[in-house]
Design a protein around this ligand. Sequence first.
Ligand SMILES: Nc1ncnc2c1ncn2[C@@H]1O[C@H](COP(=O)(O)OP(=O)(O)OP(=O)(O)O)[C@@H](O)[C@H]1O
Ligand SMILES: [Mg+2]
Length: 269
Amino acid sequence: MERTALRLEGLEASVGDLEILKGVDMSLPYGEVHAIMGPNGSGKSTLCHVLTGKSGYRVSGSVLMDGLALAGMAVDERARAGLLQAFQYPVEVPGLGLGVLMEEAADSLGITEEEAGARIASEARRFGMEPFLDRAVNRDLSGGEKKRSEIFQMAVLAPKVVVLDEIDSGLDIDTVREVAQAVSEMRSDGTAVLMITHYSRILDYVKPDRVHIMIGGRIVDSGGPELADELEEGGYDAVRSRLGLAVHATPRPESKVSDLFTDTPFDFD
Ligand SMILES: Nc1ncnc2c1ncn2[C@@H]1O[C@H](COP(=O)(O)OP(=O)(O)OP(=O)(O)O)[C@@H](O)[C@H]1O
Ligand SMILES: [Mg+2]
C-alpha cells in the first residue's frame, strides 16, 4: 500500500469569527510533489501555518503525518517530527549564523554531526550558499538569495514533508529553474512536497504529481498538471464556471483611470 506522508481530513481553521479553512481534505503520498493554486486570500498560507502549528488559529479536523496525528503539537515538535516550511516572506535571524543553524537543526532531527557537515558542505556548494554560512540567517540577503537559502536548508534537512509557500515569487528566471530542479530532486522515497504557487511557470520545471485548486478555504478541484494550464488560460473564473461556483464578478469602475488625468498637466489660464 502506498505510504502517505500527509493526510488532511476535514481541516478547518478560524481566527476569531472568521472561518478561513472550511474543511480541507487531501492526501500527499511520499515521493510526490503536489501544487496548491488559488486566488489571493483563499487560505493557502493559512493552510501552511496551520500545518506547521502556528498559534492563533482555532483548528479542527485531522492532520496525519506518516500516520502521526499532529493536533496539539508545537511548531518545533512538528519540525522535529519531520515537517518543515519555507516561507513566503523569509525572516532575518540576527546573531545566528546559517551554518550553525543548520548544524543545530540537523542535530535536533537526529542527523549525526558528520553527516550534517557533509550535507551542509555539498548542498552549500550546489546552491552557492558557501559565502552565506557564516552570516546571520537571511541578514542582508536579496529576496532571491533568501529563497535559495530556504531551499538549501530543506535539502540539508531532508524532512518527511516540505511545505513551500510561494517559493518562486520574486525569483529571476534562472533561479526559478534552479529552485524547481532542487524541489524535483527532493521528491524521494522519504520526502513529499506541498508547493503553493501562483504561477504555472515553476510547474514547467517541477512537474507536480497533482494540482489542487483552493477557493474560499476549500479544495474545489484536483487533477494533473493540466489543471495549471487551464488556470493559465482562463483564470479562476474558468474553473469556477466549470464547477458551477459563483463567478467572482469584478466590479467595473465607473470612470476610467485616464479620466483622472488631464492631457495638459499644467493648465494655467
Ligand atoms: N490572523 C488573521 N486574522 C484575520 N484574518 C486573517 C488572518 N490570517 C488570515 N486572514 C484572512 O484569511 C484569508 C486567507 O488568508 P491567506 O493568507 O491564507 O491567503 P492566501 O491564499 O495565502 O493568499 P495570497 O495568495 O494572497 O498569499 C484572507 O482574507 C486574510 O485576510
Ligand atoms: Mg499566501
